[in-house]
Write a protein that binds this ligand. Sequence first.
Ligand code: GLC
Length: 423
Amino acid sequence: MKFNTTRLLAAVTLAYGAALSAHAATITMSCGTNAADLEYCGKYAEEWAKKNGHTIKMYSPPASTTDNLALLRQQFAAKSSDFDVLMIDVVWPGVIKDHLVDLKKYSKGAESKHFPAIVANNTVDGKLLGMPFFTDAGLLFYRKDLVEKYGLKAPNTWDELTAAATKIQEGERKAGSADFQGFVFQAKAYEGLSCDALEWVASFGGGEIVDKAGNITINNPGAAKALDTAASWVGTIAPGGVLNYNEEDARGVWQNGKAAFMRNWPYAWSLGQAADSPIKGKIGVAALPGGSGAGAKKAATLGGWQLAVSKYSKNVDAAAALVMYMTSPEIQKKRAVGGSYNPTIPELYKDKDIVTANPFMGELLDVFTNAVARPATATGLKYPEVSNAFWDAAHDVMEKKATGAEAVKKLEGKLKQIKRAKW
Ligand code: GLC
């Protein structure tokens, strides 16, 4: 019998195609929303999909983590299969635990390579609900060139920051930069303000809102002083508009060369150092300043994101495989080098390429390992309400609607109502 090679090849190709399409899935995935997220998340997911015969559909979540969570909760309530892979905030596992797949079957122990505290955070009722994707902590970004020009140093305390920001702002405005700002941060009423305000409160020895045992601790003089201090920046070293700033608003002012100091997350490093950035080469990164009074210290809020699979996904196996790929050391390294996303794998902090691209990851390692967690584990399903009450209180003080002492007293009452008998 004589083979017709062309026919045979065509048949094989057809069969192969059919096999592929039998398993081919379209996976809808969300990464973050800024330029680096799309570049350093979407790109690798596409590469994976191509290799494995799948298709990726990117879904761009709302910019604010608060709105992002609200939208997801609506989708979960409707048991929607529209999303497969979700990028979830470090404070969400306890809130959306009923809607996520246990990844243990897929991870085959790979989680043991990651920071144990993050894995513990992502494990609820014994189920691994998210694979760590990147970790975060609040940092102080400063203009090295301006600090030097005015004969200053990176500030160690909030008082020093206030003095330095005042001096640089005055000088730069006199020199013709009329809209120059001393300090920009996040003070819009949303989760980002809870992160900034927790840093202020913890740095003044004011605790963590609710302690690990579930006690409400916010009504104390350190917390009140912290909020009063932050309120004193609004309209002096920070623009009045900061009351409506999220991360990207602050970064916009900063990266345009219009601010001396910025509080933000590590992602702002790679964007600020990009070839087209007006402040490339002028950026210093330090731990956030410390407060004063009893128990004062330097404090950074712990942030970070995980990849999870929706329980309502119709492609759980493929979605979980994508999660394992995206959280692997190989991809975390690429994301760290290119996008300054802090890896969740301790071993990678010894990687020369990563620390050369992001010197702060090596120099400030203790900021990341000692970061202060928001009380999400202690308050479980009620965390979103707790955080909302906290950012409202902080916003009131910053708008000068209440003093720090009044706000933390009222907040204590509100938190008691939310808690009732137990969290
Ligand atoms: C960053 C952090 C996240 C936090 C959010 C607040 O994305 O990683 O944990 O909730 O900022 O805006």
